[in-house]
Design a protein around this ligand. Structure first.
Ligand SMILES: Cc1cc2nc3c(=O)[nH]c(=O)nc-3n(C[C@H](O)[C@H](O)[C@H](O)COP(=O)(O)OP(=O)(O)OC[C@H]3O[C@@H](n4cnc5c(N)ncnc54)[C@H](O)[C@@H]3O)c2cc1C
Length: 410
C-alpha cells in the first residue's frame, strides 16, 4: 500500500531512467552464454546487481517500506521494468525469491520472518527457494510424506524433496512437511523456513538432458529446526502452501507485481526472438516463415493482454485468486508454441547451436513450462472447479486420516 506522499509514476520513471543510465551495466548482446550448469558466477553477479538496486533506492518496489521495500504500486514497478530493458538486472531473483517466497512470507509469516528474510532478500543478501515436490510426486502436494516430529521446543525433519530450482545457490527454503499423520492430508501439514546449507541436509544437483544442473534434490536426516522456523500455524501449512501456489501461478503466468525487470530467467537463456532467428537462418522472405513470425507476434500480444486483464482483475478483487491459473496455463501454451516456432524457423541452426539464442536447449526444456509452477492439467482442474463451477474431481482420500490412506504398494 502506498501513502498519499508517494511519488507520481511519471516522476519515478524519469528518476529511474536517469539512475539506470548512470549506474547499471548494459546487457552485452554479443557475450557468449556460459555452458548450462556452469552458472555459479551468474549468482555472484545477481547478488551484486541486487545490492546495486538496493543502494540506489530501486529495490523491492512493491514491498512495504518497513521490510526494506519502497511501498509503491504495480504501476511504479511496471514503469521501472520498462525502463530497465537493455540493462543487466538480477532477473534470477524474480522467481522464486521475490515473486513467490517473499510475498508468501509477507502474507503468512511472523513479524520476525518478514523483518529478517524479506529484508535480507531485498538487500541482495539472501536467496529464497521452494522445497515442495517430492520423489513420490508433485501434483498431489498435500499427499507429501516428508515428516517433521516435535521434540521439545524443536522439530526434527526427515524425508526428501526434489526439483528445487537453484537451491544450491540459496540461503533459505520454504519447506512443507507432515506434522500430524492422523489428520486428513490437507490438515496435517506445516510450513517451515529452512536454512538450506547446514548439517542434516544432503543436496545433490540433477543433470538434465540439456546439461543444466539447476535442479536439486535434498535429503533430510534428523535435521533439527527451531520452533520459530514454523511459518503460519502448526498443522496450518496448507493455508500457507495455498498462498504460495497462488503467488507461484501468478509469477509463472507473468503477472506478479514483485518481479523487477523484463523476464524471470537467465540472461544467457533469453526467450527466443523469432525475427532474429529468421534473419540468422536467412529465411525472412519465406512466406511460411513470415506466417510463423506473425503467429509468434500475435501470441505475444494476446498473452500480454491476458496478463494485463487477469492481473488487474486480481489486484482489484474482481477476479478470484484461482484466476491466476488462467495466466499460468496461457504461459505454458504460448511457450510451447514459441519454442516450436523457433525450432522450425531455425532449422539446422537449432541443432548446431549456432545462431542467436539457445533454440535447441530451449526446445529440450520445452515441457518444463507445463510442469514448473504446477502442471497445466492441475491448472485446468482449478479453472474448471473453482472458476467455472464444474464438479470436483473424485478423491478417495478426502477426509480420511492420512495414516489410513493407501499409498504406493500399501
Ligand atoms: C522448470 C521447473 C521448475 C520447478 N521448480 C520447483 C521448485 O523450485 N520446487 C519444487 O518443489 N518443485 C519444483 N518443480 C516441480 C513441479 O512443481 C512438479 O514437476 C509439478 O508439480 C508436477 O509434479 P510431478 O513432476 O511430480 O508430476 P506428477 O505429479 O507425478 O504428475 C505426472 C503427470 O500426471 C498429471 N496429473 C497428476 N495428477 C493429476 C490430476 N489429479 N488430474 C490430471 N492430471 C494429473 C500431471 O499433470 C502430470 O502431467 C519444478 C518443475 C519444473 C519443470
Amino acid at each position: 500500500m502506498t501513502d498519499s506522499t508517494a511519488e507520481a509514476v511519471e516522476s519515478f520513471r524519469l528518476r529511474a531512467r536517469a539512475w539506470l543510465a548512470e549506474n547499471m551495466p548494459r546487457v552485452d548482446v554479443d557475450a557468449v552464454p556460459p555452458p548450462p550448469g556452469d552458472d555459479d558466477a551468474e549468482w555472484v553477479r545477481t547478488r551484486e546487481l541486487q545490492k546495486k538496486l538496493y543502494a540506489g533506492g530501486f529495490a523491492g518496489i512493491c514491498f512495504p517500506s518497513e521490510y526494506g521495500g519502497l511501498g509503491l504500486t504495480p504501476e511504479h514497478q511496471r514503469a521501472f521494468s520498462e525502463e530497465s530493458e537493455g540493462y543487466e538486472m538480477p532477473l534470477l531473483l524474480n522467481v522464486p525469491t521475490f515473486s513467490i517466497c517473499a510475498p508468501t512470507i509477507m502474507d503468512m509469516g511472523s513479524e520476525q520472518q518478514k523483518r529478517e528474510r524479506v529484508s535480507a532478500a531485498i538487500r541482495g543478501d539472501e536467496i529464497l527457494v521452494q522445497f515442495l515436490s517430492e520423489p513420490s510426486g508433485g501434483s498431489d502436494l498435500a499427499g507429501l510424506v516428508t515428516r517433521a516430529d516435535r521434540d521439545g521446543d524443536t522439530w526434527v525433519l526427515n524425508g526428501a524433496k526434489t526439483w528445487s530450482t537453484c537451491a544450491y545457490a540459496a540461503d533459505y527454503a520454504l519447506c512443507l512437511a507432515r506434522t500430524d499423520w492422523d489428520a486428513p492430508k490437507h490438515r496435517g501439514l506445516t510450513m517451515f523456513l529452512v536454512k538450506v546449507h547446514q548439517p542434516g541436509i544432503t543436496m545433490r544437483r540433477i543433470t538434465q538432458v540439456s546439461g543444466s544442473t539447476e535442479f536439486c534434490e535434498e535429503f533430510f536426516d534428523d535435521l533439527v529446526l527451531p520452533a520459530d522456523a514454523v511459518v503460519g500455524e502448526v498443522n496450518g501449512g496448507w493455508a500457507v502452501a495455498s498462498r504460495q501456489l497462488f503467488h507461484e501461478r501468478t509469477a509463472v503466468g507473468g503477472g506478479s507485481p514483485f518481479t523487477s525487470g523484463r523476464g524471470t530467467g537467465r540472461v544467457s537463456q533469453p526467450k527466443p526472438d523469432l525475427v532474429q532467428i529468421a534473419r540468422a537462418s536467412g529465411r525472412t522472405a519465406d512466406p511460411r516463415v513470415r506466417e510463423m513470425l506473425g503467429e509468434g507476434h500475435a501470441l505475444e500480444k494476446v498473452q500480454e493482454q491476458l496478463i494485463h486483464r487477469v492481473s488487474i482483475g486480481l489486484e482489484t478483487g474482481q477476479m478470484p485468486s484461482p484466476a491466476a491459473s488462467i495466466m499460468r496455463l496461457a504461459h505454458a501454451e504460448t511457450d510451447w508454441r514459441v519454442d516450436d516456432l523457433a525450432l522450425e524457423i531455425a532449422g539446422g541452426l537449432a541443432v548446431s547451436g549456432e545462431g542467436p539464442g539457445r533454440v535447441g536447449d530451449n526446445f529440450l526444456m520445452r515441457q518444463g513450462a507445463s510442469l514448473g509452477g504446477g502442471s497445466t492439467e492441475m491448472s485446468r482442474n482449478i479453472i474448471s472447479e473453482r472458476i467455472l463451477g464444474m464438479p470436483r474431481e473424485y478423491a478417495a482420500d478426502r477426509d480420511v486420516p492420512f495414516s489410513q490412506v493407501k499409498r504406493g504398494s500399501s
